[in-house]
Design a protein around this ligand. Structure first.
Ligand code: GDP
Ligand code: MG
Length: 445
């Protein structure tokens, strides 16, 4: 689903068109992909407007290429489209915990009852299943078979025609057997478009067993039609969440996910296959990073984190310029580490303000030496204790020998780092506000 987006991201990141043109091409690809995944046109329009307005109003952090930053913006806004940062809470807040599944015929309730039972069993809860679909003769048999497969007891009454009675008796039995999580599978005879009847039925069972949570099971292949049922459900019960099934088998999953998110209902789980293990806790950011391409996105997010760390060090340096504080080796460590995460030095140098004001442009040779030195210094600092990092004045000859041994360097290398450390602090004190950061990692120009 939405598979083409990975290629669009690739094309965008490596493309040689002018930036503005690439952005427009990407946005077109994005719109096309979302609409063919059945996302409502209105939502697609809102999404692209939000992306455009962020492009107008925000600037990428200095050390990030704007193409990468643009993908991050897309990632944020798509995640919001699919439900944002709500982390569904799946552990039962109280025990025993009674979950009731509702949903139209064929949406995947019985299968999902089994999946949930296994999910909670694996988390260490004593689980009990109740089969209250009294309309289809084979329904109880289906649930019993799943129960046997995963080793969870099932209550049901083969000859009953009264789902309300079976539900309450099943719950009683479960509680007598000291079950901690009770999952009630119901019938749901109605099709989509008959939301009202489905909700009535939900209410009558609900009144009898007072569940702690009602989970609406929906088939993702209905796409944006999920909106009506999800919004009525969301209004009808405060204790409701949604399990979206068959996400593996449809191109319309994006439509269903966005439609449900637009109602404010919470998607807790998604079903991703027919097997009893095929259940995932839904996380919109994870979902979006998967459709945009895990690898590309992770690399961008990692860089953004690194610039955040670099900003922190920058702030400390500004404080140090006022003379009140000192830079420690820990700060230098953080800085070098962050810079190395951001890519090849030749590129990073061009992008960090301050670094490109070096007296003369570093040659390839200079850069190589600097990279070497950064690697060496990290190794040295890795072999130091926290005490040594925070207060290098304690580092005497014998400590130097120990650190050299531990890091596979020489005592001279360590003295070089310590000299650099002294030099930085002296420099920061006299420098006041000049941001000549290049010197911080030994770029002597
Ligand atoms: P119910 O009528 O709501 O109880 O639906 P069932 O649990 O009997 O499921 C109906 C059909 O959907 C069955 O063939 C299931 O195997 C299938 N199904 C349920 N969940 C999923 C899913 O997440 N992925 C796939 N591919 N099939 C599913
Ligand atoms: Mg069923």
């Amino acid at each position: 689903m939405l598979d083409s987006l990975k290629d669009s991201v690739r094309k965008f990141l490596t493309g040689s068109n002018v930036y503005e043109k690439s952005v427009e091409d990407f946005i077109k690809d994005l719109q096309k992909a979302l609409i063919s995944a059945d996302v409502q046109v209105k939502l697609v329009a809102q999404l692209t407007e939000r992306i455009r307005s962020r492009l107008r109003e925000e600037r990428p952090p200095s050390a990030i290429e704007r193409r990468e930053w643009f993908i991050k913006v897309v990632y944020d806004e798509l995640s919001a489209l699919f439900g944002g940062d709500v982390r569904p809470f799946v552990n039962p807040p109280k025990l025993p915990y009674v979950i009731m599944l509702v949903g139209v015929q064929g949406s995947g309730k019985t299968t999902s009852a089994g999946k949930l039972a296994l999910f909670y069993k694996r988390r260490g809860y004593k689980v009990f299943l109740v089969g209250a679909d009294t309309y289809r003769p084979a329904a109880l048999e289906q649930l019993t078979q799943i129960g046997r497969q995963i080793g969870v007891p099932v209550y049901g009454e083969p000859d009953s025609k009264d789902p309300v009675a079976v539900s309450s008796k099943g719950k009683e039995r479960a509680l007598r057997e000291r079950a901690e999580v009770v999952i009630i599978d119901t019938a749901g005879r109605h099709g989509y478009g008959e939301e009202q009847q489905l909700l009535e039925e939900m209410k009558s069972i609900s009144n009898a067993v007072s569940p702690d949570e009602v989970i609406l099971v929906m088939d993702a292949s209905i796409g944006q039609k999920a909106f009506d049922l999800a919004s009525k459900f969301n209004q009808a019960t405060k204790i409701g969440s949604i399990l979206l099934t068959k996400l593996d088998g449809t191109a319309k999953g994006g439509g269903a996910l966005s439609a449900i998110a637009a109602t404010g209902a919470i998607i807790k789980f998604v079903g991703t296959g027919e097997k009893v293990e095929d259940l995932e806790i839904f996380n919109s950011r994870r979902f979006v990073s998967r459709i945009l391409g895990m690898g590309d996105l992770e690399a961008i997010l990692e860089k953004l984190r690194a610039t955040g760390e670099l900003d922190e060090v920058q702030k400390k340096m500004e404080e140090a310029m006022s003379g009140r504080t000192k830079i420690t080796l820990r700060d230098i460590y953080k800085q070098i580490n962050a810079i190395r995460k951001m890519g090849p030095l030749s590129k990073v140098l061009q992008m960090i303000p301050g670094l490109n004001m070096l007296p003369k442009l570093p040659t390839q040779e200079d850069l190589k030496m600097t990279e070497e030195r950064m690697r060496r210094w990290l190794a040295i600092m890795n072999s130091m204790t926290y005490k040594e990092l925070d207060d290098p004045s304690v580092i005497d000859k014998s400590r130097i020998r120990r650190i050299a041994k531990g890091s596979g360097t020489t005592p001279e290398d360590i003295r070089e780092l310590l000299n650099h450390y002294e030099m930085i602090n002296k420099m920061l004190k006299t420098m006041k506000r000049r941001k000549d950061l290049g010197k911080l990692f030994g770029q002597t120009g």
